[in-house]
Design a protein around this ligand. Structure first.
Ligand code: HEM
Length: 423
């Protein structure tokens, strides 16, 4: 830990003025908010829901020091959660569950192994082929229309369909999974939220029952058969984590990368060879618009300080991957990559340390394939709303587009199922 610096106001999450990371103002321009928070130094006081304070790490070095120090920082929220109102809207995301994300040490390693061992058994060529099939199934639904919302009809639809397949559920169940997800996102009342959650857990329980019988090559069967011998509740939690992380973060990654790509002429060049590629757009987004903007909740095991900011035992500290990545500048769509641009360098979009995303390569493969299939089929897509005017979802954790309206030359029914050649 570095010593406190007198140059900055103290970032005390309980007493200092807290900056809201929710609401329309933050959603419209979070990067302006992060710049303002830098006045506090590496760690700033924020509010993640009305009345729920946290400390936010905006500095790359401080973020790494936190993420790599499980001796000082726990991922177990149970002590903290007793201090938060039971109906706080952030509790479903941050509350304790028997899963990899919310546990430390041996329990964490046991849960994480189930996920990593099971994904390791999915060969990349099979993952690519499943993604291709799902992508083309979706594109065929809107290709004849000449316009589409590439978030609702593609980016956020594709991961659900793909995960449903990987988990071994029958194809017709994917609509149920998608409905549960959009229900959870759109729930305006506690009753709606409970109903959407019940739908989701019903789906997960049926999967577990199927996986228990089948012993097949799908992820659910691998979770069920794993030598860790997870209990039913633990199985539920690992599947829920896989589906929620896999769906939301991958949907945001594809959506944000498409938005950048379709706002930048250098990518059109790539369709005829020589320009920037889907991979470039994904790396650009991982630096400049990370799909999960602020997460990695950690709780101080004892009173401590983080790069000069006092932190009390049990206090919530979040890492702003978005702020840390863009500390030395942010590349906007259409600009050449600078310090924070697509030209490389370390970013924290997957977090770091023992809880870093265990599925980085598969997730990148899925996102790359999804973007390549779309641009191979429809080679003249244009956004109908310019990038600076796109609307972003509210909330502290995600960087997610509300919609991505686009137009393109429709493909006639005769062409459906036949991707256009590149170039
Ligand atoms: C198929 C897709 C994905 C799956 C199944 C998946 C799964 C997971 C799991 C199981 C964890 C918990 C690891 C642990 O605590 O040890 C995790 C963490 C994480 N994932 Fe992924 N992930 C996926 C895609 C992504 C994408 C696209 C991103 C964004 C670029 C992402 C970013 C992260 C981050 C930042 C964490 C750390 C979160 C925290 O500690 O709060 N993931 N992921």
């Amino acid at each position: 830990m570095t010593s406190p610096s007198a140059a900055f106001p103290v970032a005390d999450a309980e007493t200092a003025a807290r900056t809201a990371l929710y609401g329309p103002e933050f959603a419209a321009d979070p990067y302006r908010v992060y710049e303002g928070l830098r006045a506090y130094g590496p760690v700033a006081p924020v509010e993640i829901a009305p009345g729920v304070g946290a400390l936010l790490v905006t500095d790359h070095r401080a973020a790494l020091d936190l993420l790599r120090d499980p001796e000082t920082w726990s991922k177990d929220p149970r002590r903290w959660q007793e201090t938060v109102p039971a109906d706080a809207p952030v509790l479903p995301a941050l509350g304790w569950r028997p899963d990899a994300l919310a546990n430390d040490g041996t329990a964490h390693r046991r849960y994480r192994r189930v996920v990593t061992d099971s994904f390791a058994l999915v060969p990349p060529h099979e993952l690519r082929e499943h993604t291709r099939q799902v992508a083309e199934q979706l594109i065929a639904r809107f290709a004849g229309n000449g316009r589409a919302d590439l978030v609702a009809e593609y980016a956020s639809r594709l991961p659900v369909l793909l995960l449903n397949r990987l988990l071994g559920a029958p194809e017709e169940q994917s609509d149920r999974l998608a409905a549960a997800f959009s229900g959870m996102l759109a729930a305006a009342t506690a009753e709606e939220s409970v109903a959407a959650k019940a739908l989701f857990f019903g789906y997960v329980d049926e999967l577990i029952a199927l996986g228990g019988l089948r012993g097949g090559p799908d992820l659910t069967s691998r979770f069920v058969d794993h030598p860790a011998r997870l209990t039913h509740e633990e199985l539920q939690a690992q599947i829920v984590l896989t589906v929620t992380m896999g769906h939301t973060a991958t949907a945001n990654l594809i959506g944000n990368a498409l938005a950048r790509m379709l706002s930048d002429d250098r990518y059109y060049g790539s369709l005829s060879g020589g320009g920037l590629t889907a991979r470039d757009a994904l790396h650009d987004v991982l630096h400049n618009d990370p799909p999960l903007a602020n997460l990695s909740p950690h709780f101080a095991r004892h009173d401590t300080d983080l790069h000069g900011t006092p932190v009390r035992a049990g206090q919530l500290v979040l890492v702003s991957y978005a702020a840390a990545n863009t500390q030395r500048g942010r590349t906007r769509p259409g600009e050449s990559g600078g310090a924070g641009g697509s030209g490389g360098g370390a970013h924290l979009a997957w977090a770091a340390g023992p809880h870093a995303c265990p599925v980085q390569n598969p997730a990148l493969l899925v996102a790359t394939t999804a973007i390549e299939r779309l641009t191979a089929w429809l080679s003249d897509i244009e956004l109908t709303v310019p990038h600076p005017e796109l609307a972003w979802r509210q909330g502290p954790f995600h960087r997610a587009l509300v919609e991505l309206p686009a137009r393109f030359s429709p493909i006639t029914p005769a062409e459906a199922g036949v991707p256009r050649p590149l170039g």
